[in-house]
Design a protein around this ligand. Structure first.
Ligand SMILES: [Cu+2]
Length: 314
């Protein structure tokens, strides 16, 4: 699945539409949520009622740069050795002394989120492996479609189910897949097409500040109002910093939807870019029971008011 290669690039004119689109969206962010962001809290630590856990006021707004975090380690990743070979991708979350962790806490409808992306930002996948509780090994059926060096991110919350004030943890490793390689250049892309949907992104990332982003989903020129809940929100947005692929925490706005709720065409997110520069964004959204992934690229500007480079390109 290399959606990036066949995606049409739309004009940068959408950039300036942000103010109006936001006003029209009617998206509401609870004041408390904004306050938490202003204080620099990692809102990933919220419990199931959306209340932020009172901890880690200085937590960084990104992670996913290390094989270990908070005493948990991503084991070496087992996967097919070549492209096209069917097999499993498997790994363990281990303690620092190498013991497999077997207890996890559900977050966003699952115990562990696995993101796999090639280092150029192509070949993105977001899957939910299954845990063999007896061995502590997570696995998911796997076939590499293309050669390259991949970053594997596991995001999870360790501990028993009542540990709802625990922060989620992201650990990462690189996996090499041999073969002929064509790397993709990642240019700014504010809108894209995937599976017949047009997905556009309004809003600007500003280094060091919470930034509101609005995603709009259309099909055949018509707004899509039948977005279904997916992973505890009406869309799941992952942002990676180009250059080191640091993993940003992005949070959907609003209360967690209930089964049967529908939304759209706009979904709001809060994100904080630690630095200026380019960010690779991946939106998973669900319509009619099917999950689609839109790939978008935006630049974060400086907090001194300098605009991002989005309009000029590189
Ligand atoms: Cu996930």
């Amino acid at each position: 699945m290399n959606a990036g290669a066949r995606l049409a690039t739309f004009g940068a004119g959408l950039v300036v539409a942000f103010g109006g689109a936001l006003a029209a969206s009617g998206a509401v962010v609870p004041d408390s949520y904004v306050a938490q962001w202003s204080e620099g809290n990692d809102v990933n630590t919220h419990d199931e009622n959306g209340n932020a856990a009172d901890q880690q006021p200085t937590a960084p707004t990104f992670s996913g740069l290390s094989i270990d975090a908070d005493g948990f380690v991503l084991s070496p990743v087992e996967a097919p050795g070549t492209t096209g070979a069917a097999g499993d991708l498997s790994f363990q979350i281990q303690t620092a002394s190498g013991e497999a962790v077997r207890e996890f806490t559900e977050a966003h409808d699952t115990d562990l989120h696995l993101i796999v992306v090639r280092t150029d930002g192509a070949e993105y996948r977001h899957v939910h492996p299954e845990l063999d509780a007896s061995s502590g090994t997570w696995s998911v059926p796997w076939t590499w479609d293309a050669a390259g060096t991949y970053r594997v991110y596991a995001t999870f919350t360790p501990g028993a189910a009542d540990a709802h004030d625990a922060a989620s943890i992201t650990v990462t490793r690189s996996v090499d897949v041999p073969g002929d390689l064509t790397l993709a250049a990642r240019e700014v892309q504010r809108a894209t097409e995937v599976d017949g949907f047009t997905v556009s992104l309004d809003g600007d990332l500003t280094a060091g500040e919470p930034s509101r982003l609005t995603v709009t989903v259309q099909r055949g020129g018509q707004p899509v109002t039948s977005l279904e809940p997916y992973l505890g929100a009406f869309g799941h947005l992952v942002a990676l910093r180009e250059g080191d692929l640091a993993y940003l925490h992005v949070h959907a706005e609003g209360d967690e939807p209930q089964a049967g709720d529908l939304a759209g065409p706009e979904v709001g997110f809060m994100a904080e870019a630690p630095t200026a520069g380019r960010y690779l964004m991946y939106l998973d959204f669900q319509v009619d029971g099917e999950v689609h992934t839109a790939e978008l690229v935006i630049d974060a500007g400086h907090s001194d008011g300098k605009p991002s480079n989005d309009e000029g390109g590189h």
